[in-house]
Design a protein around this ligand. Structure first.
Ligand code: AMP
Length: 272
């Protein structure tokens, strides 16, 4: 892969990479189209990264469909796909990890210890292998995007990071490979996430700036859904991910993780 990327760079081609764990849906394809419009060569990576899964998480049952993924990605405009086996990415003896110290602590980092070190490490490795000028990520994984932006800045990666807004089903549910785990009943219950975000947005637009009141507005529709259990609902500075003491006086992100049945779903809304 790197030899191909080096050749393409030598020929003056602008390379974009779209890192994914596969089980592609329209959210991923929006990333591919975004990359297609901004680069000469689009590389899709498909890799279910074991180091970002905790010991009790869904690594073994995470949906995998490489053939189906490539069939969807080709018409969306990829030139190359990089689908390495785990043994190639983590040969025996690998012991170096990338950590973005503060941004990785709260929210998903608190619920999933080690998750973001796994993410930052695999993204660094994929950058070093695919040699992109541009890398495209979704805003659905808001904390991940913040971490990667900071990592690129801190470690002097010469790579532009570009983001794509959250792609949703028509009823508001954010697309996710994990939605495939939901029963029809759980699928309906999962709408509590986007209802919570809609409630907080309505309150914010009406002028509410109390952090506690905005958090309460987001929690109410989720707490009234019996199949949903809140992992976290947080309102934080949009860049630094620090909490607000009382009043929201800077751009903010309302981020949430909710477990529906056994499936953990995340979503977010920027308030500014
Ligand atoms: P994943 O395969 O879930 O690790 O996601 C790969 C990339 O797709 C990440 O940059 C995600 O943020 C992005 N992504 C996943 N779901 C969505 C969505 N519904 N809308 C936009 N981007 C998404």
């Amino acid at each position: 892969m790197r030899a191909r990327a080096e050749d393409l760079r030598r020929d003056g081609r602008r390379i974009a990479v779209v890192p994914t764990m596969g089980a592609l849906h329209d959210g991923h394809l929006a990333l591919v189209r975004h990359a297609r419009a901004r680069a000469d060569i689009v590389i899709l990576t498909l890799f279910v990264n074991p180091t970002q899964f905790g010991p009790t998480e869904d690594l073994s049952r995470y949906p995998r469909d490489e053939v189906g993924d490539l069939a969807k990605a080709r018409p969306a405009g990829i030139d190359l796909a990089f689908c390495p086996p785990a043994s190639a990415m983590y040969p025996a003896g690998a012991q170096t990890f990338v950590e973005v110290r503060d941004l990785q602590q709260p929210m998903c980092g608190a619920s999933r210890p080690g998750h973001f070190a796994g993410v930052a490490t695999i993204v660094s490795k994929l950058f070093n292998i695919t040699l992109p000028h541009l890398a495209v990520f979704g805003e659905k994984d808001y904390q991940q995007l913040a971490i990667i932006r900071r990592m690129v800045r801190d470690l002097d990666f010469d790579i532009e990071i570009s983001s794509v807004p959250i792609v949703r089903e028509s009823d508001g549910l954010a697309l996710s490979s994990r939605n495939a785990y939901l029963t029809p009943e759980q699928r309906t219950a999962a709408l509590a996430l986007s209802r919570g975000l809609a409630a907080v947005e309505t309150a914010f637009r009406a002028g509410e700036r109390s952090s506690a009141a905005l958090l309460a507005a987001a929690r109410a529709p989720i707490e009234s859904e019996s199949l949903a259990r809140i992992d976290y609902v947080e309102l934080r500075d949009a860049d630094e991910l620090t909490p607000f003491a009382t009043t929201v006086d800077r751009p903010a992100v309302l981020a949430l993780a909710v477990v529906v049945g056994a499936t953990r779903l995340i979503d977010n809304r920027v308030l500014e």
